[in-house]
Structure formats: C-alpha cells, structure tokens
Design a protein. Sequence first.
Length: 591
Amino acid sequence: MIRTRPSLAETTRAFPPDVASQIYTWADRPSNAVVLRNTHLANIALFGGHAAAAGLPIYQHGQRPCLYATIAGIIVGVSEKDHRWDYLVDDGSCVVDVSIHERNIPAAVAARARYGPTSSRVTLEAQPSRIVPTLNVGDLMRVTGKIWRQPMSTDKRRPRYRVGLDAHDAALLNGDPTAEARHNLEAHRLFSERYSKPFDAPVEALGVIHIQLPHREQERERLEERFSYDLRRLGGLDDDEDDDDDGKERKVAHNTLLPFRRIPKAERERERMARANRASTRPPISPSTKESQLCEFRAPRWPDPVNAPTPALTPPPPPSSTSVRQLRTPSKLKASQCTQHAFRLYVQKFLRDHCQRRWQAAEGDEISSLPPAFSLAFLMRVKSLCDLADRVVEQLFNQRDTKAAPRPARSSSSHATSSREPRQDKVRRLFEWCIRQLIQDGVIAIADEEATWPFDGGHQAPCGESWAAKVKRTRHQRKLLAQLSKADFASSRAPQWADVSMPLHDADDDHDDSTARKRAKQDTEAYQYVTPQLLLAPLLPILQGAAEGQELDVDVDWAVWRLRRSDQRWAHTGWDAVRDALALMARRGAS
C-alpha cells in the first residue's frame, strides 16, 4: 500500500498545544533560520492558514516552520526614511525588500558617518556623527532576518502579500563572486534533503521556556474575534450532518490547535436526550388572529409616520418598544429641519388626514367613500403648508447665500439679493416638486376626468389667511375666491360647482401665453390620494374571473404587475396599497 507523506500541518497539529507553542519559540531564533531563494521567500505562507499555535504567526517553507530566513543577492535599490534603510535585493529569481533599522544595524556593515555643517573652526571630534550601514547599490550581500508579510489587497479569494526581511545579521560578499551561486546551491540542497521531509520536533525544542496557553474559552473568543472568517471556513470543512457536537468541536480544535477535552459517549447521549426532551415539552406558539385572517396576503410591514395617528381605521398601536413617533407640529420645527424632504412628508401627512376626515364624514362607509380630488391651487391655499413652504424657501435662500459669501463676485449682499428668484415662484416650484415626488412614490395619482375640483371638504384656511391673499389678483378672481372659501365642499358635489374654474394668473398680466397656459393646466389638473377604495374600480376588471362569494386567492405581485400595465395612472402604485385593496375586496365579498 502506498502511503502518502504527511504534510506540515498534519504533523505539527498532532503535537499538544503547549509543544506547538514551544516550537514557535524554537523557530523564533536567528540560528534556526532557513536558507532559501528570493522566490521562495516571496511565496511563503502562514502555517495553518491564518491561525497558528496560540494565535502566533509562524511561516512554513516546505515542511519546516520558520520565522527567520537567509538570502543572498545584489542590491538594486536603496531608500532611507525615518531612521530606516530599505534595500531591494535581487538574486535573479525575485526582488525582496530588506529593512535595516538604525537601532539594529549589523556590525559587519556599520560605519560611523558625520553630518552637519563643516567648518575649519570645528574639529572632527566636535562634529556630530551617527552609525549608518555601508551598503550601496551594486554590492553583493548575504542577510539573515525575521520574515514579515503585509497584505496588498483585500480580496479574500485571491489575496496578495508583500514579503520582506527585518535584517538581523548581514555580510558583504564583494570579494567572492561565487558566493551567490553557492548560496543558491545550498538552498536547493537543504530543501531536498531537510525542508521537504516531514518535520520532527527537535530535542532542543522541548527544552525552551514552557508557554502555557490561556484558558480554552478565552482563547476561543480571542481567535474568533481576530480570525472569525477563517474559523467559520475551517469549521465548515467536511461538515457532515450526522456528526455529533463532539466531532464538530474536534474539527475546530484540530484546525486551530486549540486544546480539546474528550467527552465520554455516555455523557454525550445523556445531553442529547435532555435537549430532545426540552424541545418536545416546549409549548407551540399559536398564530395571532390578525395573521390568521389575512393568511393569504403578506404580513403587514412596519407603519410609517404618515399612517400613524388613524385610530378609527387602524388596529391598536404596537408596544412602546416598536411604536412610531408622530410628526411634530410644523411651527415647532427648527430652521435646520425645514428641508424639502420634510415638506414632502408633511404634505403627505396632510393628504392622509384629509382623507381620514372624509371617511369619518361618510360614517364609516369605507367602500363607497372615495378620496377627494385636489389640485396644486388647493395645496397652495392651505395655511400650514404655505407657512412651512415659506420657511423651507427661506432656509434654501440662506444656504445659497452662505455658500456664495466667500466668493469675490458675490461678496456684496445687494448682488446676492438681486440674483434671487421671486419667493412666489420658488414656493410654487416647491409645491410642484412635491407633487411630482408623491406621484413617483405611488402616494397620489392623477384623478379621473369625472372628478371635480377643488374638493377639499371645507377644511382649507380662509383666503385672507392663506397664500392666495399674497398673490396679486384681479377683481374677478378675488370674487371667485371669496365664493369658494364660504362654500362647504364636504357636500358640494352639486352640478353648480362642477364647472367652477379659478385661474390664479390673469392672462392680461402674463406676457408669455405659453407660460400662462402651462400654469393654468397645473392649477386645474386634479390628483387623488391612493387608497384601497380608489383601487377597487381598476382592480375589478383584472379580477373579474374570480367567482363572486368565494375567498380571494390572488398573488399580490401579479395584481400589482397587471394594475401597472393596465393604465399609466397606476404606473407607480405600491405593493401595500394593492394588498389592502385586495383585503378590502375580500371583506366586501364575505359580507
């Protein structure tokens, strides 16, 4: 039978942990350095992956652990920085970095050099001097040093490292041209005769100072914190489901050289039976009533701040640990909190409360009550939103002036004030941006042609206190605004209000007809808040194949896909709104 030669990892891991740590101490000596070529040093690897004995990094050359190495070559580069000299040594196979520190310069290559200004009045004894190495480019040297390795890439699949030596001893070989060739022959001979053979712990390794490893649990926690990725990888190698806990623990201890305590088989069987009994006596967790009622739909997501204060339609609030903080009053916001995104959130909150009041006015008839239609002109007449928009615009102007202040071209305040656009146009653009964002997020949709506007339920502020009073209007426009502000739009679906139009800009005052027509179209274009009641009408044709009176079993993702393709109005409809609409349709069919 052919028997393969054991590797260094197999032979060294067979030692007890304290012996392995003693081997590390034995290898940490310059006298036990390995003789190798530069290419072998550049490709040297850590023994045991990334976790050696007691977490100490030890390298392997063939089958031999090592910490010191000896190389020989010609110096092809020199650099000095921070009391350290870095040499590039080339032996024909690879270039390796060799570092010599000022505090540890080998005596064979050390010399005293003087520095400072030279003067005839200053004697050589009084001139300052220091010890420096005498190595220069072109010298042939032989150096013994401690191996160091630094990562050059963060890719764990193909790691790259930079390897070098911290010189401990060095010698010049300029007088012997064959010294480099004899060193290479010696490196190949030692590798074939000694380094490639199975490593046996030398007798002198057992006589070094005994290093007691830390406690098992402390050592495991320290290694997991430092080498968590490698421990997970090593623990998952050849992992069999039939292996017991003792076998898995033995694998991890074998790969990381941790001390292992053998557990008797009878004790393992008793512990396994105890875990099985505890699992069988554990009471099952019963599903909640809400999840059992909506088992055909996905679980509800966390509520957002917009949908928080709706006690009439939402279930009881969650526990305090998961409760959502309500929005503050807009007037209590700080200047730094008045941003465009905060304004968009408050507009969505206002539309939500607006629909809530309509549902309460309909006496809980959630099937027939549809969200009211609104327009850009209606939002610009709401006092709370207008005040918040003024603060947001003022904050934007202040930020713009602050950024432009250091520039020489805008150093004067008069120039910065004159470059501002009118506040009225900026506020209007803010409302237009907010409507576009709400449409893209699926919060609102363009209203149907049959919807009339403005349909605000009589909850808007009087014209004298709203933004409409700040706009210059004609006599006819002010008369229409006064009529609209006095009317109760909660019950204003009468035909006499269907054709009411309220142009915000007089055509005679606008010099650009295209701009006037564009603004008039934006003022008259109506929108609706997307609610489950609003989605019932477009979903009925899609689900017309479902039998009436049966429980709906429709995939929500499929319904969202069909709804978005059916009409451009619902191109941005969200998943939650369709789910709630299907649930409402199921309750309607059950009732």
